[in-house]
Design a protein around this ligand. Structure first.
Ligand code: ASP
Length: 326
């Protein structure tokens, strides 16, 4: 069997951090990708692993320019490697994963992984997660699933996966969409496929798209702030089926008058938004005003997608059709 060539891109996160047991200053980056790879058992002759040291960023410090750079590193190396593994902090991992899912062609397996426990903690999960991710990236079926997230030997798709726990090592879930598969001792097993893949070939990313979460009694304050800050688009995490408190409507109206696209998703964890309700602030009114409905995407994923579509210069009138499979 021909050996698989895998590129590990080390971005940062708790997986390269330590300090919990010794320092009063908290957990901080102390390692790099090469240090992590030294902790792995040997892959015999099946896998050639190269390492790209991108950085040692805690993932709250990751922004879309980093995501764009990581995407370009993969694109540049697409024909040289059979698969890619990215080690990343868990906090914004799902956003980087979805960004890559939307901006890479469906050609190679790309697996993001992380750790919930730092390198000097009892029961550290980093090396095991990297080892399993490399196996997924090198598996013959990996490329069918495009961008995946592997933690705790579960395989998730980039579109639905989300961080659900702040500390447990079983910290990721695709909620009712479920796992794509598992990494078992003898093999990588996939149980389901995805139906929809998208690919947007952007050449820059500089759009300003804030995400605003709504609550009982919310008003237009944050929407007006976004308008004043020259937002290119605004994502609103609305209530339930996609409804807003009435005092949010004037802000939405002002944004739409300024031709700023408003994308509505729900703060509920599962299910799609839909223009069902006809009361003041209900989805029917939002639709009539010209809001776009973002299906079942979470706020943070919807923001990634709208940013990319705006970077693609998709005309505002056409944006709705890009969310029809969400
Ligand atoms: N705060 C860390 C980060 O996202 C958490 C982690 O990596 O698990 O970088």
């Amino acid at each position: 069997m021909k050996a698989k060539n895998i590129l590990l891109i080390s971005v940062g996160g708790t997986i390269i951090m330590g300090g919990k047991s010794r320092s009063k200053n908290g957990v901080v980056p102390i390692f790099n990708g090469s240090d992590l790879v030294k902790m792995l058992p040997s892959f015999k002759k099946n896998i050639n692993l190269d390492i790209y040291e991108y950085g040692n960023y805690p993932s709250p410090q990751i922004n879309m320019n980093n995501m764009f750079e990581i995407r370009n590193i993969i694109l540049k190396n697409l024909d040289k490697y059979d698969g890619f593994v990215i080690t990343h902090g868990t906090d914004t991992l799902e956003e980087t994963a979805y960004f890559l899912d939307l901006t890479l062609p469906k050609k190679r397996a790309v697996v993001l992984t992380a750790a919930m426990r730092s390198v000097d903690e009892l029961g550290m999960d980093g090396p095991r997660n990297i080892y399993s991710s490399i196996r997924v990236a090198a598996s013959n079926d990996g490329h069918y699933h495009k961008v995946m997230v592997v933690l705790n030997d579960d395989i998730f798709d980039a579109k639905t996966v989300t961080k659900i726990d702040t500390s447990n090592i079983s910290s990721f879930s695709s909620l009712y969409m479920g796992i794509l598969g598992i990494v078992d001792e003898d093999k990588v097993v996939f149980y389901r496929k995805r139906y929809h893949y998208e690919y947007y070939d952007i050449d820059s990313i500089s759009t300003n798209v804030p995400l605003i979460k709504l609550y009982a009694g919310a008003d237009s304050t944050f929407i007006d702030a976004a308008i004043n800050n020259n937002a290119d688009g605004i994502v609103i995490e609305a209530l339930g089926r996609g409804n807003v408190p009435p005092n949010v409507l004037p802000g939405i109206k002002r944004a739409i008058e300024k031709r700023i696209p408003i994308l509505i998703v729900s703060r509920a964890y599962q299910g799609r938004v839909l223009d069902v309700y006809g009361y003041d602030g209900g989805g029917k009114q939002l639709k009539k005003m010209g809001c776009i409905f973002g299906g079942g995407l979470s706020g943070q994923k919807a923001r990634i997608k709208l940013t990319i579509l705006l970077a693609m210069k998709i005309p505002k009138e056409k944006l709705t059709q890009y969310f029809k499979n969400d």
